[in-house]
Ligand binder design. Structure first.
Ligand code: HEC
Ligand code: HEC
Length: 433
């Protein structure tokens, strides 16, 4: 099996394509051709698919081709079959196939920049965070005169590299999905590529340029290369398409799936994808059991849309209609960086406000890394929630293993309250996004 370019198909791409082909063998997908729009790819809840405004998903775009010196390409960390992100299982499979020598395993994303990667055992230990789908990312705080706070202590169990001396933060982060940018305002977990401008095209270009010289260790890319990748990114829409026990998310009047998402404009509004399923009488559309599940998804949608008795609403922040990003590009603190949610291996930083002398502890201060503003500590972008079930674990640091864990996090951290049945409804809704 070969690409048009003559490159042998590697295990990096194959499992997802095979899985998908096995699922729908009648569709006209060729292992060496483009991926047709709406091509179903299996996940825990059903299938999700990509719809590209280009008419098909061009797996030969430079996104999928190494641009640097270390063998990595964008698809090393943004996989079509993992919702354009990468899951721990994808990293584990790469480790198993290559004994930890696949290009994704690079000192840049080892637990520490000085980790031992000389033997397979050493690599297994040194890439323990990467095997959980977490990438080491960092930055120095702005100059003292322009920042509100200092880093006064660092507890860095793996030697990730955060430092009081250099006022540097290093943290472990999840890759964001490279899709649904037609309804985005921020690029990067702490808006580092858009940096408050809301200019997504420019933010994507910054991201590509920085990635090619950074993560891919290449020479600076040409403007044409950057534009080719950015335009490709901008055309991608990703969403759940089919749910087990229900069927297509466009059935019985619903408006789910990636093609409908592609037609969605960036406006402030509630989710209305499943309005046709609200209170659906069992057996009135298809089978009793499928209609019950449809009604459940619609109940979850309304739990998401409406105010919660605990105060606040999911939609209050995730307010871009039928997408769930924030329509103004506002960043929020949902408590994911709090010390009580810290997992093994994560660094812990103590920050001190230079004026009030107030102290805060955080595993990753988010937006404040870039702005140096105390008010920005622990704020992160509000990501698109479409196709979310394909790319667990969740939050910038992967602390929520499942969508149920996300719901429980909001109960613990932000005071939301749900009955056990409501939790299931909300998860069923998110699995249909
Ligand atoms: C080594 C892994 C890796 C590679 C290679 C990689 N990325 Fe990423 N990508 C990440 C991680 C991790 C993040 C989240 C980083 C953050 O914001 O802190 C990310 C974030 C992004 C975002 C931000 C999305 C959003 O919703 O804000 C875009 C866009 C993106 N990557 C595109 C690309 C493109 C295009 C390439 C190739 C030029 C690429 N990535 C290569 C790991 C990678
Ligand atoms: C205060 C604003 C706010 C509220 C309220 C809120 N969210 Fe979020 N949500 C965010 C932000 C910001 C993130 C990213 C936070 C991070 O990673 O640190 C996020 C992340 C998520 C994610 C994970 C996304 C990913 O790619 O990892 C899910 C799922 C989610 N929210 C669902 C919900 C649900 C369900 C509710 C209601 C129970 C809710 N949110 C309430 C702002 C909010």
């Amino acid at each position: 099996m070969k690409w048009r370019s003559g490159r042998v198909v590697t295990p990096r791409v194959l499992p997802g394509v095979l899985l998908a082909s096995a699922l729908v063998c009648s569709m006209p997908a060729r292992a060496d051709g483009p991926l047709p729009n709406n091509f179903p790819i299996l996940n825990k809840a059903g299938t999700a698919a990509t719809f590209s405004t280009a008419g098909f998903v061009d797996l030969h775009n430079l996104f999928h081709v190494s641009q640097g010196s270390n063998g990595r390409s964008c698809q090393s960390c943004h996989l079509v079959h993992a919702g354009w992100s990468v899951r721990p299982i994808d990293v584990e499979i790469k480790f198993a196939f290559t004994h930890g020598l696949d290009p994704i395993f690079n000192l840049l994303d080892a637990n520490s920049p000085t980790a031992d990667v000389s033997t397979v055992e050493a690599r297994h230990a040194s890439y323990s965070m990467l095997r959980r789908g977490l990438f080491r990312r960092g930055g120095n705080l702005p100059a003292p005169a322009t920042r509100d706070f200092d880093i006064t202590a660092v507890d860095d169990p793996l030697g990730a590299g955060g430092s009081v001396d250099t006022q540097r933060i290093e943290a472990f982060r999840r890759p964001l999905a490279t899709a649904n940018f037609h309804i985005a305002k921020n690029i990067g977990w702490h808006d580092q590529n858009t940096n408050g401008s809301g200019n997504v095209h420019a933010g994507l270009a910054n991201q590509v340029a920085g990635n090619i010289t950074g993560a891919q260790q290449g020479v600076p890319a040409s403007p044409e290369t950057i534009e080719t990748i950015v335009v490709y990114d901008e055309g991608l829409r990703f969403a759940q398409q089919f749910v087990f026990g229900v069927g297509l998310l466009t059935s019985c009047g619903a408006k789910g799936g990636p093609e409908n998402l592609s037609a969605q404009t960036p406006v402030n509004g509630r989710f209305d994808l499943y309005d046709a399923w609200i209170g659906l009488a069992p057996g009135s559309c298809t089978t009793v059991s499928a209609d019950k599940k449809r009604a459940q998804i619609a109940r979850g949608q309304e739990l998401f849309n409406n105010p919660n008795p605990g105060g606040g609403s999911c939609r209050g922040c995730h307010n871009a209609a039928n997408n769930g990003s924030n329509v103004n590009g506002t960043l929020f603190d949902v408590g994911a960086s709090r010390p009580e949610f810290r997992k093994p291996g994560m660094p812990l930083y103590t920050l001190r406000n230079k004026t009030t002398l107030a102290e805060a502890q955080t595993t990753d201060p988010g937006r404040a890394i870039r702005t140096g503003l105390w008010a920005n500590v622990d704020r992160f972008k509000t990501p698109s929630l479409r196709g979310i079930v394909a790319r667990a674990p969740y939050f910038h640091n992967g602390i929520a293993a499942s969508l149920m864990d996300v719901v429980r996090h909001y109960e613990q951290a932000l005071g939301f309250t749900f009955t056990p049945e409501e939790r299931e409804d909300l998860v069923a809704f998110m699995e249909a996004l």
